[in-house]
Design a protein. Structure first.
Length: 123
């Protein structure tokens, strides 16, 4: 049985992006967990689990994706109403660079060979 790419996105990609954002908010922008959680629209306990690598530890993004997430964190710190837009932008980049295919293949052995999804930019 295979998971759809959208399921991989929801189960692995989005939590990994949130984990990176929470880590950056706390370590580089000196927010506390409550503040990071409020910006991300998630619970403080989810941020704590991200920060202590108890959740979303399966994905380690390549440096270029991490750089884009850091860029997004800086944008979100200036205007937290842009959080959804920035997460969607990073997801689109992950798809465009085929990083999504790497993650999907990791959890769906052999699916890339039968998947006709062509990563596209933007939403």
């Amino acid at each position: 049985m295979y998971s759809l790419p959208q399921e991989i996105e929801v189960w692995y990609i989005i939590p990994a992006i949130r984990k990176e954002l929470a880590r950056i908010f706390i370590s580089k922008h000196h927010l506390n967990q409550v503040e990071a959680a409020k910006i991300l629209g998630i619970s403080k306990s989810a941020v704590s689990q991200y920060f202590h690598s108890k959740r979303a530890q399966a994905i380690d993004f390549p440096r270029d994706i991490k750089n884009e997430i850091e860029r997004s964190a800086s944008i979100i710190i200036k205007d937290n109403k842009k959080v959804v837009r920035e997460i969607l932008r990073v997801i689109a980049l992950i798809k465009r660079t085929k990083c999504m295919c790497d993650v999907c293949n990791k959890y769906n052995k052999g699916i890339v060979g039968i998947c006709s999804m062509k990563p596209v930019g933007g939403y």
